[in-house]
Design a protein. Structure first.
Length: 315
């Protein structure tokens, strides 16, 4: 049984059971991947994957357990590598951060500016995606941590540490009547076409939940994956937006106006997500604390320890 084989089966699942895509992602051949999977299944004495006409359609029931163990083994190996790097290189290293556009564009610049000043020997890598994507990166040990809003799907291998909340504003062209109504209500906001975040973002769910609770069916005319794209189309007059306050900058967004809507819509909570078995290098803890000062090293370590104790108790 080889670590490489475990990486192969995890990549197959990550590539939606497509052997050719897994082989390409692993920089190897499809027959080679198939052969290693067969060898692993032969050693285990049962099939990991269900097949039809030589095509993988998903994991078997025992195969699902193998995948869960494989994920733990692979991420534990990543933690060992981090430990080795920490011992051998001290303050040198690479910190890979999965993050959404809003965090990369509006929250992290000052954090990163200060971090680079105080940790000149650490290379930062930003990998952007939606909340599901960036947590999947961490789960697969492709990123050290993720910074973003909550996810639709549960991520049982991750520990999510709440950092802060982002309230919302209604954003519109600067002469739009929504900015002048005496009282900003859901009915008033819902009477205009709305440009919204994509459905994979919690900002979309929270806005739609508020309308649903009030019995209002808003007209979503356009969905986008980041606030800057939303603002581009708001400037064109296609609709109004309900965006987090942080994304409106009056010195830059001179053609737009904003009005606080925190009384109408629930704020988004920003989380830092970590693998429960991650090895916390010193500069990683420094970065986390710079994003959310309340997340001190002792708080982060305690959260990971509690998560691991909980899993051990569950077993």
């Amino acid at each position: 049984m080889k670590l490489q084989q475990l990486r192969y089966i995890l990549e197959i699942v990550r590539q939606n059971n497509h052997l050719s895509a897994a082989a390409e992602a692993l920089h190897t051949s499809q027959p080679g991947v198939s052969r290693q999977v067969q060898l692993l299944e032969s050693e285990l004495g049962f099939e990991i994957f269900q097949r039809t006409r030589n095509r993988i359609i998903g994991p078997t029931e025992p195969g699902q357990l193998v995948l869960e163990i494989a994920k733990r083994v692979v991420t534990d190996m990543a933690a060992l590598k981090s430990l080795k790097d920490d011992i051998n290189s001290g303050t040198h290293g690479t910190l890979t951060i999965g993050t959404t556009h809003t965090q990369a564009r509006y929250v992290l610049p000052r954090v990163i500016q200060e971090f680079v000043r105080t940790h000149p020997d650490v290379q930062l890598v930003l990998r952007q995606g939606n909340p599901e994507d960036i947590c999947a990166m961490v789960d697969a040990a492709e990123a050290d941590l993720a910074i973003g809003t909550d996810t639709v799907n549960a991520m049982p291998n991750l520990v999510k540490l709440p950092c802060f909340t982002l309230p919302r504003s209604v954003v519109a062209q600067k002469d739009h009547p929504i900015l002048e109504v005496p009282e900003l209500t859901l009915e008033a906001v819902g009477s205009y076409p709305i440009i919204s975040y994509d459905q994979r973002y919690s900002g979309r769910w929270r806005v739609m939940n508020a309308f649903k609770a009030a019995g209002i069916e808003p007209k979503i005319i356009l969905s986008a994956i980041d606030a800057d794209v939303c603002k581009t189309y708001i400037e064109l007059g296609l609709g109004i937006g309900v965006l987090t306050n942080i994304t409106f900058d009056p010195t830059r967004d001179t053609e737009l106006g904003a009005r606080d809507a925190s009384h109408l819509f629930e704020p988004s909570t920003i989380f830092i997500s970590l693998r429960s078995n991650t090895y916390l290098r010193g500069y990683m803890l420094d970065f986390i604390r710079s994003v959310a000062p309340k997340l001190t090293p002792s708080v982060v370590r305690a959260a990971l320890r509690d998560a691991n104790d909980g899993r051990a108790g569950g077993d």
